[in-house]
Design a protein around this ligand. Structure first.
Ligand code: HEM
Length: 383
């Protein structure tokens, strides 16, 4: 997508375009404008304010509608606050040891093989195991979560999967209901018990909101992290000089991950924003109710913001990339995603120092759909 992004940045930085589903949206591609839109509270998340009462009630029935990512102030703060306590960098750092164990276990399973799909065998299972353990999903139920999560990810790329999604969502909701009831009766030392208890102490989350937050954590945290690990490894394997540099100087791991986030960001476009009033941007008039999308991956390669933006350079140092968004909706899971990526890369490179792509880079395919940027598979030779 990058040549198209550069062309938009140059000729039509705020561009109204017809989306695949037949409606129009404004696409914002320059870094400065991206920051403006993400921070400007005239661009809101809850589109239901434009609907009549009946349609609004209907929209609110979906279990995904009541969560922080689709909420504006003051609801947003309430919905985010409770979960935020579990996602501070310090809390996440405590999980590093366990995440390393999980990474090693996944690698033990591939020891006897010479070739693997780095996505299916590693990048996909790792984050789902981690979030399930954090929430307190029993390990025997993890495969169900994997299936549901997979369906949702597929659906975000393919509207025709809607029916399957409906069925899986019913199963997912039923599971959550049963699971939460059991935790209510018998609290454990896990996130779901804490969320339920906080609710019971007279505070804030309704049952619907609790479903909303749990499903958001699973969805927002899954494919994104899969893509960070796999896009990151892809960038390294297709830039062997950078791979060598990282192997020689392990201290570059953190800046390397920031560069992976900038160079091949897992989230191509922000989630929807809606103009709550008429807004002028780059000489364009965005009317109230119109749809705005920020092209994060374009902003991260804006030549006005980054020198030689199309060069992958793990020594860039501190990065102001927008891969985790900006402003109020800045990614809640960023500390977790960073630790998962650090552990994954470190463990993979330590255990397979000769790891390399086992197919021609030009044969790799990117998943369809514009929201996410991720490969369909990543075949790798281990030794
Ligand atoms: C929000 C990216 C991993 C939970 C966001 C947003 C971005 C993003 C761009 C803002 C969307 C917008 O403003 O439209 C990423 C990337 C990840 C990642 C690139 C991995 C590399 C995770 C993980 C979790 C998570 C692991 C949790 C388990 C969330 C939540 C929000 C969010 C809850 C909504 C925050 C709010 O509305 O206040 N993420 N994410 N993310 N992310 Fe992540």
């Amino acid at each position: 997508p990058y040549p198209a992004f550069h062309s938009l940045q140059q000729h039509a930085p705020v561009h109204r375009t017809l989306m695949p589903d037949g409606h129009y949206a404004w696409i914002v591609t320059r870094y400065e404008d991206a920051v403006t839109v993400l921070k400007d509270q005239r661009f809101i998340k809850d589109f239901t304010v434009f609907l009549d009462e009946e349609s609004r009630a209907q929209a609110h029935q979906s279990i995904f509608s009541r969560n922080m990512l689709f909420a504006d102030p003051p609801d947003h703060k309430r919905l985010r606050g409770l979960v935020q306590q579990a996602f501070t960098p310090r809390m996440i750092e405590e999980l590093r040891g366990r995440i390393t164990e999980i990474a090693n276990e996944l690698i033990d399973d591939m020891q006897d093989r010479s070739q693997i799909d780095l996505i299916d065998d590693f990048a996909f299972p790792l984050p789902i195991i981690v979030i399930c353990e954090m929430l307190g999903v029993p390990s025997e139920d993890r495969d169900k979560f994997r299936t549901w999560s997979n369906t949702l990810v597929e659906a975000s790329n393919d509207p025709e999967k809607a029916e399957k999604v409906q069925q899986h969502m019913q199963e997912f909701t039923a599971y959550l209901q049963e699971w939460m009831t059991s935790r209510q009766e018998n609290p454990q030392d896990d996130m779901i018990s804490k969320l339920i208890q906080a609710e019971e102490s007279g505070d804030r989350l309704s049952e619907q909101e609790l479903y909303g937050v749990v499903s958001l954590l699973i969805i927002a945290g899954h494919e994104t992290t899969v893509n960070l690990i796999s896009n990151g490894m892809y960038a390294l394997m297709t830039h062997p000089e950078q791979m060598r540099k990282l192997q020689e100087q392990p201290g570059l791991l953190r800046p390397a991950i920031e560069e992976m986030l900038r160079f091949e960001g897992p989230v191509e476009f922000s989630t929807d924003r809606w103009a709550s009033e008429t807004v002028e941007l780059q000489g364009q008039t965005i009317q109230r109710g119109e749809h705005v999308l920020v092209a994060l991956d374009a902003a991260n390669r804006d030549p006005e913001a980054f020198e030689d933006p199309d060069v992958f350079d793990i020594t860039r140092g501190r990065s102001k990339h927008l891969a985790f968004g900006k402003g109020m909706h800045f990614c809640l899971g960023a500390p977790l995603a960073r630790v998962e990526a650090e552990v994954s890369l470190q463990t993979l490179l330590e255990r397979f120092p000769d790891l390399q792509l086992s197919t021609d880079a030009s044969d790799l395919e990117w998943r369809p759909g514009i929201l996410m940027r991720g490969l369909t598979e990543l075949p790798v030779r281990l030794k």
